[in-house]
Design a protein around this ligand. Structure first.
Ligand SMILES: Nc1ncnc2c1ncn2[C@@H]1O[C@H](COP(=O)(O)OS(=O)(=O)O)[C@@H](OP(=O)(O)O)[C@H]1O
Length: 573
């Protein structure tokens, strides 16, 4: 810049000295005047030029070097004006170089920087990136705070995780000890498909060494993650007892979107549980991720009159699964279980042992005394039975107030004790175990004992009617229990669609166990069948009695088909 300026200055002075020698005085004066104006002009634009040259050295160098020292002053003046125009244009360009960007990113003229080596590029601007100290400090602090937050979050999560895992291991250990103790004390208590500690049938006891080596494994054998919580069920298997409720729940549990309550909670059908409130119920539920569906099954819900309203009070949009089986087969299955209990002379906690109640000691006139020992569910039944007076023989009546009213107003027999907490063998138990299904289901005069509980539970339409008074039909899915035994996948596909979850449970999850005569489940870590309490061998029942009962049920079945809008094709004789 200085050199160029000097060059421009010297060219001007040399041209003026030439004129002094050759031209007259007047012309010299004119020229001096012009020079004076020119110099004034030059001085006024000197600051701009300096700025300009700082930012565009190449341009200025070319510009000045291309100027002829011998130009006429007028021409020079014109050129100077052009230079000024040029200069203004370049000022506009310069604005690009002085754009201020956030975080100290600047475009600067290259001339402002001291080049390290020879400058070969043809650009005028240079990008300078820098961060001021306060900004650097803010960024640093922010990064520090975020990493601190993340560290604490991870530490907190893993602490909660470990505490819960440790609790679960402790609980599981306690339960398995209780299970082995009760198994020793009462082999019959496992006949319902659940151990007395309410562990699900499929969950095999884990040895304490296993528990210690897998502290993150919960009783349900699924890993519990900190981001899970216990949620109230979004779906219920409401019954029917002995129709495959346990098999259905375990099969559904193969689906990754399903979580299940381990045992039968009996929240809605037992007053003593219901009075504990929803929070108590929620705590009985397993941990689940958001998006998973928690399912609980208590088959006695179906036949308990107060349950539909209570369920609706909890969740009016809950999904209900009702599994049914051919009614006479179901009744025989019920009888088989009740007889099994009676034969061991241990009267079962009927409602907790697979739902539905049932199991009975004949104790005519003993209802009041027994009621004192009974859970409230049994108490309700005892009241009903006392009011209506039904047969109290093995697995007697008591499916519900409306049902009993409708079905049997004819018989007035001493009320029966539906359930009892006693484990003392009664003399009647053995006698009851000796009674045949035929004797219990058909009176000597050939009429059907409608009040016999295994039969009254099979009158599905009576119970379903109550549910459909409270819930819309679309909220209830009827599962065919007979088909579930033969072809589980087809039924599960329907249920997956009903629950709004993708089809995931497939045939490779099952294998047919010839010895058992049922499908068993195939898990990643092994195969599992339901306990021997499921799929018991049924006693032989006189075909005439079976036919008689099928005819009897034909009408009820038709009513049931009408209610559900589907013909299940059960035999009518
Ligand atoms: N895969 C598989 N394995 C074993 N058992 C199966 C299976 N699928 C359905 N079932 C039928 O389930 C019947 C027992 O029904 P529940 O589980 O509802 O009984 S309970 O009410 O919970 O006691 C049980 O009835 P019974 O055969 O009379 O014992 C079985 O027939």
């Amino acid at each position: 810049m200085t050199a160029a300026k000097r060059r421009a200055g010297s060219s001007t002075s040399s041209s003026s000295s030439g004129s002094n020698e050759q031209q007259p005085l007047q012309q010299q004066q004119q020229l001096q005047q012009q020079q004076h104006y020119q110099n004034a002009d030059q001085q006024s634009s000197q600051a701009h030029e300096y700025q300009h040259l700082l930012q565009h050295p190449h341009h200025h160098l070319n510009h000045y070097s291309s100027s002829s020292n011998n130009d006429h002053p007028q021409q020079y003046h014109q050129r100077h004006q052009q230079q000024q125009q040029h200069h203004q244009q370049h000022q506009a360009t310069l604005r690009d170089c002085s754009v201020k960007l956030p975080l100290d990113i600047l475009w600067l003229p290259k001339s402002a920087m001291r080049p390290v080596g020879p400058d070969t590029s043809h650009t005028d601007c240079i990008l300078v990136v820098g961060v001021s100290r306060p900004k650097l400090a803010v960024v640093f602090l922010t990064v520090m705070l975020i990493s601190l937050f993340l560290t604490f979050h991870v530490l907190y999560d893993s602490a909660v995780y470990n505490i819960q895992a440790a609790q679960a291991v402790h609980e599981r250990h306690r339960l398995s000890l209780a299970a082995s103790a009760s198994a020793l004390a009462s082999p019959a208590s496992s006949s319902t498909g659940l151990s007395s500690n309410h562990l699900p049938v499929f969950v095999k006891p884990v040895t304490s060494s296993n528990q210690l080596s897998h502290p993150m494994v919960f009783p349900s054998s699924r890993v519990h993650f900190p981001k899970t919580s216990r949620r109230l069920p979004q779906a219920l298997i409401i019954g029917v007892r002995k129709c495959g409720t346990r098999a259905l729940l375990e099969m559904l549990y193969l689906h990754p979107r399903i979580q299940k309550a381990g045992g039968e909670v009996h929240f809605f059908d037992r007053d003593e549980n219901y009075l504990k409130g929803l929070e108590w119920y929620r705590k009985k539920m397993p941990h689940s991720f958001r998006g998973q569906i928690t399912i609980e099954k208590s088959p006695s819900y179906f036949v308990s009159p107060e349950v539909p309203e209570r369920v609706r009070a909890m969740n009016a949009s809950i999904k209900l699964l009702l599994i049914v089986r051919e009614p006479v087969t179901r009744a025989i299955s019920d009888y088989t279980q009740l007889r099994s209990h009676a034969a061991t002379a241990i009267l079962p906690l009927a409602e907790s042992s697979g739902g539905g109640g049932g199991g009975g000691a004949s104790a005519a006139g003993a209802a009041a005394a027994a009621a004192q020992k009974m859970p409230s569910q049994s108490l309700l039944y005892a009241k009903l039975q006392a009011a209506h007076g039904y047969d109290n023989t093995l697995g007697g009546s008591g499916a519900g107030a409306k049902e009993t009213k409708m079905i049997s107003n004819t018989r007035r027999v001493a009320p029966m004790m539906m359930t009892t907490t006693t484990t003392t063998p009664t003399p009647n138990a053995a006698q009851l175990a000796a009674k045949s299904f035929e004797e219990l289901a058909i009176f000597p005069n050939g009429t059907v004992n409608e009040a016999y509980r295994p039969l009254s539970i099979s009158m599905y339409h009576v119970h379903l009617h109550r549910w459909l008074e409270v819930f819309p039909r679309e909220q209830l899915l009827v599962v065919n229990g007979d088909r579930l035994i033969e072809d589980p996948v087809s039924q599960l596909k329907r249920i997956e669609a009903f629950l709004g979850i993708e089809h995931r449970v497939r045939s490779e999850h099952f294998y047919f166990n010839e010895t058992k005569g049922f499908y068993c489940l195939r898990y990643d870590n092994g195969d599992r069948c339901l306990r021997e309490t499921k799929g018991r061998k049924h006693p032989h029942v006189d075909p005439i009695v079976v036919s008689r009962l099928r005819k009897f049920f034909a009408e009820y079945n038709q009513r049931f088909y009408e209610l559900v809008g589907e013909d299940l094709g059960w035999p009518e004789e």
